[in-house]
Design a binder for this molecule. Sequence first.
Ligand SMILES: O=C(O)C1=C[C@@H](OP(=O)(O)O)[C@@H](O)[C@H](O)C1
Ligand SMILES: C=C(OP(=O)(O)O)C(=O)O
Length: 432
Amino acid sequence: MLPGYPVDMPNSAPHWPAPTATGPLNATVSLPGSKSMTNRALVLAALSETPSVIRRPLRSRDTELMAAALRGLGTELTDAGQDWSVTPAALRGPTSVDVGNAGTVMRFVPPLAALCNGDVSFDGDPRARERPVGPLLAALRSLGVDIDDGGRGALPLVIHGRGTVHGGPVTLDASGSSQFVSALLLSAPQFDKGVEVRHEGGPIPSQPHLDMTVAMLRDMGAQVDTSTPQMWRVAPGTVRAEEIVVEPDLSNAAPFLAAALVTGGSVTVRDWPRETTQPGDALRELFTRMGGEVSFDAAGLTLRGSGEIRGIDADLREVGELTPTIAAVAALAATPSRLTGVAHLRRHETDRIAALVAEINALGGAATELADGLTIHPAPLHSGVFHSYDDHRMATSGAVIGLAVPGVEVENIATTGKTLPDFPALWGEVVA
Ligand SMILES: O=C(O)C1=C[C@@H](OP(=O)(O)O)[C@@H](O)[C@H](O)C1
Ligand SMILES: C=C(OP(=O)(O)O)C(=O)O
């Protein structure tokens, strides 16, 4: 366990005994909607000139926090069964936004808040205060937004909304998070001059998430120009959300497909889109390289494990959020792995590089930190507690390792509720 992580307190919930597979698993699962698509859909629906319905949204901590933030800003959001009906209204403060530990809420909502009339304060979990927002705040200021962050460049902060944002050209360093760029683009159709965002700095992570932002804006009628590398232009105009159908969350498919790989079984994820901007689609290639075999049919996408798990040398910059699951599989592989390009993960829900190395090694593994990733060598793992660090993807990684290693207990499995409601029940369907 990393120093300073507060667990094992007298009143903390009991650790979750990760089920161990007794043989190859054979299962089909339906996964809830994509977090990234749901939270973009909510923002765009709030800015839409028409009412809209969001179908098959993810209902989880991150998306409920986004919904609450938008309601606070005046948007009408009602349940229509599992769907959400959204009726946009003039954005207004004063209100306060709890971002939890949701990167999408802490980055996507401030530009919206700038468009409202009134003050909007932002704060969240202790970890949210450590996650980067400085480059986004600097960009907003240069676009004419009045922000009080006490000079910290971090939460907590107040946006003094004036009802309009001038917009125009802005340069920022988005090497710390692609969400800085997505945040500006999503609200930009409502800026007086739109926006022209130029990235200057180290390589930007999570390109598929930028593609998702652009694709969803275009689907809703916004004009987005991506013809110049490292630059995005959004013209001022209207967005029409109307009906948005959210795809299953392919990043959350990772532990379920991993279950097929590590048990030499077969797992089918229903409704896997044939074309998508979600980074989880890269699992098809990554898990094939690690020994699986992938096929599409009417039921969905199936991954078959051969019983052999191969290590992988992969630059995961574009698909950083898959790293914890890939690392869990790599910890069970017969050959070494080297995962690179993910320095920005040190400022995700936790420092994922340090946390993965600490937890894999605590179970007897042989993982080492790199500045921008980790290496994992084959080593026999044993029972023990796998700490989650309040990170949903750490918790599901512990579950993957537990399939193959008896006696693994995941601390704070409830943290999976950030993006996956009732993960233990869903996992139980696969492992049963
Ligand atoms: O825009 C999005 O929906 C996301 C972008 C990525 O953020 P970073 O670029 O900060 O890694 C990703 O890791 C996160 O889970 C979701
Ligand atoms: C990095 C992640 O989330 P967030 O949207 O909070 O950045 C993630 O889900 O892996």
